[in-house]
Design a protein around this ligand. Structure first.
Ligand code: DSN
Length: 424
């Protein structure tokens, strides 16, 4: 895949070329189950690797601080128009370098230091930038959090409502990075209105499902929606903000000049390409397969006696509670890594262990689905995980499992074409 594009890197900088080639081999030879990762198409990779990286374009289309912006203006206008069309939004800002930056820009647009915010607890599946104490968002603002119900693992909307009415936050944040269930954005909209809060919804994980109509769209209910572009949306690594027209000016000013300098025009071009891909029927079919694969995964893992937080999943990810399997998240991540399955340890709600060890494992289907794998392969992967856990000290069995992962990877090579996996 990298053969032709890397020729010059190999000549100029063999060490970096070798690292890129090794990374490509790693991606080809391992099963990627990290729920937030995906495999961008060749078109996205080419746009991102283009000469647009050379261009400074501080400002916005038609109002830049540099000359020579006519072509990058076309790119950014297309990216914005496609983003608005995909999500039914009134305004889009495609310049945030990342999801975290998109969220920071929103805070900058609406808050002053010390203002009160309310978001989902990181320990219960929220995100660092939703007010965690180790993030700038928990240090510069008075951050409060809501969590999930201890017995069901689900968000309790009435409890969130009570908390919001008691705290009267200036900004309420919905969205998660390790919550396997559908989120009721309409209810969040009602709560925000009742509490007098600005509602921000972070759909970084589920953006692709939202585009395909497989998860409710928060755009009609929220003041602002933020997302990354590289998870289920399958674009380049980056961020984006969608908002109502009445917030457009303050959001744009917060992104630039408030938070960032020059936009990454090569990345914005790649975002535009991925949005074009997301407009195609194949993309909706792909998102449906992500969910079909997740359904098969949940069923198979349950069959092997695994405990799943909330009992299952409505999305692209699931969260295993490993306590009944007598293995920590850290050990599980390492064990699966040894047989070629990449996943991440993850806190479960009310986790008795710390974030560096954890009692959970988060698993997602977006990347293996992009490779063309279906429910049959997902059931094989579930069996491999179960066998690895059962025979965790048997090096011979683990070596055999590694071979079976190799076989699966060889059968489904990463050959991402225009709008999806090679098999499409
Ligand atoms: N790091 C991302 C994730 O894995 O969910 C969130 O930013």
């Amino acid at each position: 895949m990298e053969e032709n594009r890397l020729g010059e890197v190999r000549r100029v900088d063999p060490e970096i070329a070798a690292a890129i080639e090794d990374e490509e081999k790693r991606q080809q030879g391992n099963l990627e189950l990290i729920a937030s990762e995906n495999l961008a198409s060749r078109a996205v990779l080419q746009a991102q690797g283009s000469v647009l990286t050379n261009k400074y374009a501080e400002g916005y289309p038609g109002a830049r601080y540099y000359g020579g912006c006519r072509h990058v203006d076309r790119v950014e206008r297309l990216a914005r128009a496609r983003a608005k069309q995909l999500f039914g939004a009134e305004h889009a800002n495609v310049q945030p370098h990342a999801g975290a930056t998109a969220n920071l820009a929103v805070y900058l647009a609406f808050l002053k230091p010390g203002d009160r915010i309310l978001g989902m607890s990181l320990a219960h599946g929220g995100h660092l930038t939703h007010g965690s104490s180790v993030s700038i968002t928990g240090r510069y603002f008075e951050a409060h959090s809501y969590g999930v119900d201890r017995s069901s693992g689900l968000l309790d909307m009435e409890e969130i409502r009570q908390k919001a009415l008691r705290l009267r936050p200036k900004l309420l944040i919905a969205g998660a990075s390790a919550y396997p269930r559908r989120i009721d954005f309409e209810a969040f909209g009602d709560i925000a209105r009742e509490a007098g809060a600005v509602l921000v919804v972070d759909i970084a994980h589920i953006a692709g499902l939202v585009v395909a109509g497989l998860h409710p769209n928060p755009v009609p209910h929220a003041d602002v929606v933020t997302t990354t572009t590289h998870k289920t949306l399958r674009g380049p690594r980056g961020g984006m903000i969608l908002c109502r027209e009445r917030h457009a000016r303050r959001i744009d000013q917060a992104v630039f000049p408030g938070l960032q300098g020059g936009p990454l025009m090569h990345v914005i071009a790649a975002k535009a390409v991925s949005f074009r891909e997301a407009q195609l029927p194949e993309f909706i079919a792909y998102q449906k397969r992500i969910l079909q694969n997740m359904e098969a995964f949940v069923e198979a893992l349950r069959g092997y006696g695994f405990d799943l937080v909330t009992g299952g999943s409505d999305t692209h990810l699931l969260l295993l509670d490993l306590r009944s399997k007598s293995i920590t998240g850290l050990e599980a991540e390492k064990l699966l890594g040894d047989i070629g399955i990449t996943a991440n340890k993850n806190a479960i709600p009310f986790d008795p262990r710390g974030p560096r060890v954890t009692s959970g494992l988060r698993l997602g289907t977006p990347a293996v689905t992009t490779r063309g794998m279906g429910p049959e392969e997902i059931r094989v992967i579930a069996a491999l995980i179960n066998e690895a856990f059962t025979h965790r000290s048997d090096r011979r069995v683990l070596a055999q499992l590694r071979e079976r992962v190799d076989e699966l990877c060889r059968d489904f090579p990463i050959e991402v074409s225009v709008a999806g996996a090679a098999v499409e």
